[in-house]
Design a binder for this molecule. Structure first.
Ligand code: C2E
Ligand code: CA
Ligand code: CA
Length: 766
C-alpha cells in the first residue's frame, strides 16, 4: 500500500521535475511564474515522500512540516501565477504582501506545533497491509491552515472567474482551461482531506494540477482561439477572399469580397461565375472552375467612366494527400495605388498643358518605331507658330496657352491614328507620320483649313500663322533631335513666305544653312585678316573719260576660293552683319580716295553701296561725316548708292538722313532704279542726285522698241527732275551708243571693264 503510494509520488515528482526543465526552455513571459509554482510543488511532494516512507514519528513529523509549509509556498506561487496569467498587474504587489504575511504566520504556526501541538498530532496506525503509517490528527491550527488554503484557492478561482467575465469571449478558453484545472484539483484535494483520512494522498492532486498548469500555460495553444482568430482575420481583411468548392460553387466570401463585388448570401451559393471571367481568368472558367496551377495577375476592369485595378491571386487548395479541395481567390483592390502610379507616369511622360507626350517620351517612341520598322517610310513634321512671343506678350499667357491647346486639339483631331505626336517644346509640336498617310500639299491644306477655322472661331484677334517643316526621313542614323532640326530648317525656308506654310526639307537647304552658319562665324576673322577687300568697277562719261568707280566687295576665302557678293551679302543682310562689311568697305573707299589726293586720280569719285539694313544698325549720317573728316575728304568724291527699299521701310526718318547727307555734300545715287515696285512715286519724295538705271533695261526682250521707249523716258524724267543718270550693265557698243543718244550721263559695265583690284584700276587711271 505505502509502496504503491511511494511509486505514485516518485513518478509524479519526476514528471514535475521534467516539466520544470521544459519550462526552462520556454520563452513565454509566464515562464517565471510557472517555474515558481512547479518548484514550490516539489517541496510538499518531498514532504509527502518522507511521510510515506518513514518508520519513525520524528522523521514523519519533519515530513508533515515540510508538507504543510510547502503547500503554503505552493499557494503563494499559485496566487502570483493567477495574477500574472490574468495580467492583473496593478493589484499584484499589495495583495501579494498580505498573502505572504498570512502564509508566513501559518507556516510559523506549523513550526510551533512542535511545542504546542495545536495544529496536529501524529497517530500511529497499522494499515491493512500491516505497515505502520503516521496519520495526522487535525487540531485547531490545522483547521485554520485548511481554511486559509480554501480562502486562497477561492481567491485564485475568483481571479480567473473575473477575467473570464471581463475579457473578450474570444480569449475565454485561455482562462477556462486553467480555471477548470484549479477547480478539479481543488475538489480532489478536499475530497481526500475530508473523506479519506487514513493516507493523505492529496499531494497527487497537487502534482497533477502543477503538470496541468504547466501544460496549459506553456505547451497548449488554445484551439478555438486560433481558429476564431483566423476566421476574424480572413473576415476583416481588406483584401477580398473567396473559396470555391470542387464544383466551382462559391462557398465563402469575406466582408471585403461582398463589398467589392456586391456579393450577397444568396448570390454566393447560387452562382459559379460569381466574379466574372475578367477576374477569375479563362483557366478557371474553362476547366470547369478549377485551376491547374496557381496564378497571380493584375486585372483592369472598366465600368463606364471608371476603371478599377485588382491584384488577383488564385490558388488551388489540396489536402495532405493531394486531393483537390477547391480554389481560393485573394483579390486586392489596387485602384488607388494604381491610379496614383498611372498619374505620376502620365506626369512624367506628358506635357500637362496640352496632354500630349513630352519631348523625351516622343524621342523614345520614335526611336522604337524607326528601329522596329526599317522598311517603312516615315516623315517628321514640326509645327511652329509665327511670332508666338508677340502673341504671348500682347494677349497674355492664358490666351497664348489657349492657342497651344487649340493647336494640340486640332492635331489630335486630324492626325492619322498611326501618328505619334508630341509637344516638342514652347510653341512647337512634332509628329512622326507614315509617309503613305501624308503629303506636303495635303498638309498645307489641312493647316490652312484648321487655321481658318481657328481664326474664325475667334480664339484670338491676332491671326495665328503656323509654319510646318516636313522632312522625309532618309538618314536613320540621325538622332531624333537632329531629324527635328531638319524640319526646323525646312520651316526657315517658308518663314517669310505668306503663300506657303509648309517647308519641305531637302539636302541643298541644309548645305545652305551650314554655309550660312560657317561664313557667319568666319566673317570677323576674314575682315581682320584682309580676306575681304574692295574691287573697283570703272565708270565713264559720254566722252569715254574715266570719272570714277563703284566699289564692290570681294572675299578671297582660304578654302572656298574667290567669293562674289551674292554668296555672302544676302546672308549678312538677314542678320545685320552686313553693316560690319559695309563699314569696312566704306573706310577702305575713303582710304583710297585719300591716297589719291594730289595724284592724277584726284578728280575721280568712288561709289559705295549702302544696304537698307545698314540704316538699322549704323548711324549712317554720323558714320559718313566722321569718315569724311577723318580722311579729310571732299564729300563730293564719295557717292552713296542707296536702294528704294530704304525709303519704303522707314520713310520719314531715312529721307531725313539722306537729305542731311546731301546737304553735307555727298552725292546720293538711287541704285537699281526700275527693279523695284514704286519707283516713280518714290522719285517725288526722294531727293537724290543720280538715278542709276538697273541693267534689266538693257537685257534681252521680245519688245525692244518698247524697252527703248521706257528707257528714253526715264532718262528724260531724270533730267527734268535735275538728276544725272548712270546706266549699269553696259556690255555692248550699240547699247552704249543708244544710251548716249538718249542723253545718259555715265556708263558702267563689262563693255568698259569688269570690277578689278585696286592696283589694276590705278594702272588704268594712271
Ligand atoms: P550692284 O550694286 O547693282 O552692283 C553691280 C553689280 O553688277 C556688280 O556685281 C557688278 O560686277 C555687276 N556688273 C557690272 N557690269 C556688268 C555687266 O556689264 N554685266 C553684268 N552681267 N554684270 C555687271 P557684284 O560685284 O557681284 O555685286 C552684286 C551686288 O552685291 C551689288 O549689286 C550690290 O548690291 C551688292 N554689293 C556689292 N558690294 C557691296 C558692298 O560693299 N556693300 C553692299 N551693301 N552691297 C554690295
Ligand atoms: Ca551698286
Ligand atoms: Ca545696281
Amino acid at each position: 500500500m505505502k509502496q504503491t503510494f511511494l511509486i505514485e509520488l516518485s513518478v509524479l515528482t519526476a514528471l514535475v521535475v521534467l516539466c520544470i526543465f521544459r519550462t526552462l526552455q520556454s520563452r513565454k513571459k509566464i515562464r517565471g511564474s510557472v517555474l515558481f509554482v512547479l518548484s514550490a510543488i516539489v517541496i510538499p511532494l518531498l514532504g509527502n515522500i518522507i511521510i510515506a516512507s518513514s518508520e519513525s514519528p520524528v522523521v514523519c513529523n519533519t515530513g508533515y512540516m515540510l508538507f504543510l509549509m510547502g503547500t503554503n509556498l505552493v499557494l503563494f506561487t499559485l496566487i502570483d501565477f493567477s495574477f500574472q496569467y490574468c495580467a492583473f498587474t496593478s493589484v499584484n504587489r499589495r495583495v501579494m504582501a498580505v498573502v505572504a504575511v498570512v502564509l508566513a504566520a501559518d507556516s510559523l504556526s506549523v513550526f510551533l506545533n512542535n511545542f504546542f501541538m495545536h495544529c496536529y498530532t501524529l497517530e500511529e496506525t497499522v494499515l491493512e497491509s500491516g505497515e505502520i503509517y503516521y496519520v495526522l490528527k487535525s487540531g485547531l491550527g490545522h483547521y485554520i491552515h485548511l481554511a486559509i488554503s480554501a480562502v486562497l484557492i477561492f481567491m485564485i478561482v475568483g481571479n480567473f472567474m473575473w477575467k473570464i467575465v471581463t475579457t473578450a469571449r474570444l480569449y475565454l478558453e485561455r482562462y477556462l482551461v486553467i480555471l477548470l484545472s484549479v477547480i478539479l484539483v481543488g475538489l480532489w484535494e478536499y475530497r481526500i482531506v475530508l473523506l479519506d483520512r487514513t493516507v493523505d494522498r492529496s499531494m497527487l492532486g497537487l502534482a497533477i494540477g502543477g503538470i496541468l498548469l504547466y501544460f496549459f500555460a506553456i505547451e497548449y495553444r488554445p484551439v478555438f482561439l486560433m481558429t476564431a482568430l483566423h476566421e476574424l482575420l480572413v473576415a476583416n481583411m481588406t483584401d477580398a477572399v473567396l473559396f470555391f468548392d470542387v464544383d466551382g460553387r462559391a462557398i465563402y466570401a469575406n466582408k471585403a469580397a461582398s463589398e467589392m463585388f456586391g456579393i450577397t448570401k444568396a448570390s454566393l451559393s447560387s452562382s459559379a461565375a460569381l466574379l466574372g471571367d475578367e477576374i477569375t481568368g479563362s483557366e478557371f472558367v474553362e476547366n470547369g472552375s478549377r485551376v491547374d496551377h496557381d496564378f497571380r495577375r493584375q486585372v483592369e476592369i472598366k465600368n463606364g467612366e471608371e476603371t478599377r485595378y485588382y491584384d488577383v491571386t488564385c490558388q488551388r487548395m489540396e489536402d495532405r494527400r493531394g486531393n483537390y479541395l477547391g480554389t481560393f481567390f485573394g483579390i486586392g483592390d489596387n485602384t488607388q495605388v494604381e491610379r496614383e502610379r498611372r498619374e505620376s507616369l502620365y506626369r512624367q511622360t506628358h506635357d500637362l498643358l496640352t496632354g500630349m507626350l513630352n519631348r523625351e517620351t516622343f524621342i523614345d517612341r520614335v526611336n522604337h518605331i524607326l528601329a522596329d520598322e526599317p522598311d517603312e517610310s516615315f516623315v517628321m513634321l514640326l509645327s511652329d507658330i509665327a511670332d508666338f512671343k508677340i502673341i504671348n506678350d500682347i494677349y497674355g499667357r492664358e490666351r497664348a496657352d489657349g492657342i497651344l491647346q487649340g493647336i494640340a486639339n486640332a492635331i489630335r483631331r486630324t492626325a492619322h491614328e498611326d501618328t505619334v505626336y508630341c509637344r516638342w517644346g514652347g510653341d512647337q509640336f512634332a509628329a512622326l507620320v507614315r509617309k503613305k498617310n501624308i503629303d506636303p500639299e495635303g498638309l498645307e491644306k489641312k493647316i490652312h483649313a484648321s487655321l481658318k477655322k481657328g481664326n474664325e472661331d475667334n480664339v484670338i484677334k491676332f491671326p495665328v500663322v503656323i509654319h510646318a517643316g516636313y522632312y522625309a526621313i532618309q538618314d536613320r542614323s540621325l538622332s531624333v533631335s537632329a531629324i527635328v532640326d531638319r524640319c526646323r530648317l525646312a520651316i526657315a525656308m517658308v518663314h517669310d513666305d505668306y503663300q506657303r506654310c509648309v517647308g519641305v526639307y531637302d539636302d541643298k537647304l541644309r548645305q545652305e544653312r551650314l554655309w550660312e552658319q560657317r561664313i557667319n562665324a568666319e566673317l570677323p576673322g576674314a575682315l581682320s585678316s584682309g580676306q575681304i577687300f574692295p574691287y573697283l568697277q570703272p565708270q565713264y562719261n559720254s566722252r569715254n573719260e574715266l570719272t570714277g568707280a563703284e566699289v564692290l566687295v570681294r572675299w578671297q576665302h582660304p578654302s572656298e576660293g574667290f567669293l562674289a557678293p551674292y554668296r555672302f551679302i544676302p546672308i549678312f543682310e538677314k542678320n545685320g552683319m552686313i553693316a560690319k562689311v559695309d563699314l569696312y568697305i566704306w573706310e577702305e573707299a575713303c582710304r583710297i580716295l585719300a591716297s589719291w589726293k594730289g595724284t592724277k586720280r584726284d578728280g575721280l569719285h568712288l561709289s559705295v553701296n549702302i544696304s537698307p539694313k545698314d540704316f538699322y544698325f549704323v548711324d549712317i549720317y554720323e558714320t559718313f561725316i566722321s569718315l569724311a573728316e577723318r580722311f579729310g575728304l571732299d564729300p563730293k568724291k564719295l557717292h552713296l548708292e542707296i536702294t528704294e527699299t530704304v525709303v519704303m521701310n522707314d520713310a520719314v526718318e531715312n529721307i531725313n538722313t539722306i537729305n542731311r547727307l546731301r546737304e553735307y555734300g555727298f552725292i546720293v545715287e538711287m541704285d537699281d532704279f526700275g527693279s523695284g515696285y514704286s519707283s516713280l512715286n518714290m522719285l517725288r519724295d526722294m531727293p537724290v542726285d543720280v538715278l542709276k538705271i538697273d541693267m534689266a533695261f538693257l537685257g534681252k526682250t521680245s519688245q525692244p522698241k518698247k524697252a527703248e521707249l521706257i528707257l528714253n523716258n526715264i532718262i528724260d524724267l531724270a533730267h527734268q527732275l535735275n538728276m544725272l543718270s548712270i546706266a549699269e550693265g553696259v556690255e555692248m557698243e550699240n547699247q552704249l551708243e543708244m544710251l548716249k543718244q538718249m542723253g545718259c550721263n555715265v556708263f558702267q559695265g563689262y563693255y568698259f571693264a569688269k570690277p578689278m583690284p585696286l592696283e589694276d584700276f590705278e594702272k588704268l587711271a594712271a
